[in-house]
Design a protein around this ligand. Structure first.
Ligand code: AVJ
Length: 321
């Protein structure tokens, strides 16, 4: 599949910006080309990567409770729309959902996923939207005769956002989902050993996923990153409550991109991802600051992962501390 020129140009611009700053930093959304999405699917099956299977178990265990929150004929939006497995559980829990709106930046993944779902949920109105929910987004107009608007943001993908970006995201939810709710999956703070292992798996799949961004840049942008001279570096930054992923330059070297030479010092990194970890009360407070109202909360017996129900009032309530 060829990449649309506007997307390629945006990637080019962002990579040029990344390489000309100190520290160097590129958005983790560029992980997810076809190869990267396939690698992420492999990560989800790794023994060390607990979030996916834990969130699935929470969805299964609490399906009835969740179903009661969703209500009948819901208009369901999903941000990311990666795992068919998760949305299937949610659609099954929903009582005759009226519509399903998967929003994703990848126009590669989305159509195939929609076809598969349509075959299973024959009556479901599926309206895919190719959009970037990390910046400003819109939703299709509310449906007549539909129930609640419920947005599903699973996988702790919100952890990729900086606190400021998370606030902007909650604010947009408050604006576009009035009278509805957000069902949010978050990875909870736990022992650093467990966190570390989840991002440093023994099979090296996460390392491949990380360096895929360089491979993609070489292929789509014509850069000349030497993949043997950058290594995967992922660690838990405890005070900032996040895993950070970087690509670390093993030596002092030059990378060429679009006719410009960019220098990497030995040990210098290209930062590729934040994966913030949360406390339940922390997420609830952050959501409240944008006008959302915390409701039910579900977790697994080990409290590794949390699913939060956040109500969105019709009118903006002034937040009182
Ligand atoms: C899909 C963003 C939730 O942060 O855990 C997995 C991506 N990065 N291993 C995460 C990821 C490295 C994942 N999210």
């Amino acid at each position: 599949m060829t990449v649309p020129e506007t997307e390629r140009l945006q990637f080019m611009q962002d990579m040029q910006t990344a390489l000309s700053h100190t520290p160097k930093r590129i958005s983790s959304k560029y992980f997810y080309d076809e190869a990267g999405s396939a690698l992420f699917d492999r990560i989800c099956d790794l023994p060390e990567y607990y979030p996916t299977r834990t969130e699935l178990s929470i969805l299964q265990t609490h399906a009835i409770d969740i179903s009661n929150c969703i209500g009948e004929h819901a208009d369901i939006i999903e941000f990311g729309a990666g795992s068919l497995h998760k949305i299937r559980l949610l659609l099954n829990a929903a009582n005759h959902p009226a519509r399903y709106v998967p929003m994703d930046i990848s126009r590669v993944h989305l159509p195939a996923a929609c076809l598969t779902l349509q075959n299973e949920f024959k009556d479901l109105n599926i309206v895919p939207m190719v959009a970037d929910y990390t910046s400003e987004w819109q939703l299709p107009a509310a449906m007549r005769d539909a129930g609640k608007r419920v947005a599903f943001f699973p996988g702790s993908t919100i952890g990729n956002f900086s606190p400021l970006q998370a606030h902007a995201f909650f604010t947009q939810c408050a604006l576009h989902l009035r009278g509805g709710a957000l069902l949010l999956g978050v990875d909870l703070i736990k022992s650093p050993d467990i966190l570390h292992a989840a991002y440093n798996d023994s099979q090296g799949v996460t390392a491949l996923f990380n360096s895929n961004i360089l491979k993609r840049s070489n292929r789509e942008l014509g850069s000349d990153f030497d993949l043997s001279q950058f290594i995967h570096s992922a660690f838990y930054n405890a005070p900032l409550q996040r895993i950070e992923m970087h690509l670390l330059s093993l030596k002092s070297q030059i990378v060429n991109l679009n006719g410009v030479a960019y220098a990497f010092e030995q040990g210098e990194t290209l930062h590729t991802e934040y994966s913030h970890k949360f406390t339940v009360s922390g997420v609830q407070k952050a959501a409240q600051l944008a006008g959302l109202q915390p409701g039910a909360f579900w977790t697994d017996p080990q409290q590794y992962f949390g699913l939060l129900w956040l109500n969105i009032p019709y009118t903006q309530q002034p937040f009182s501390r």
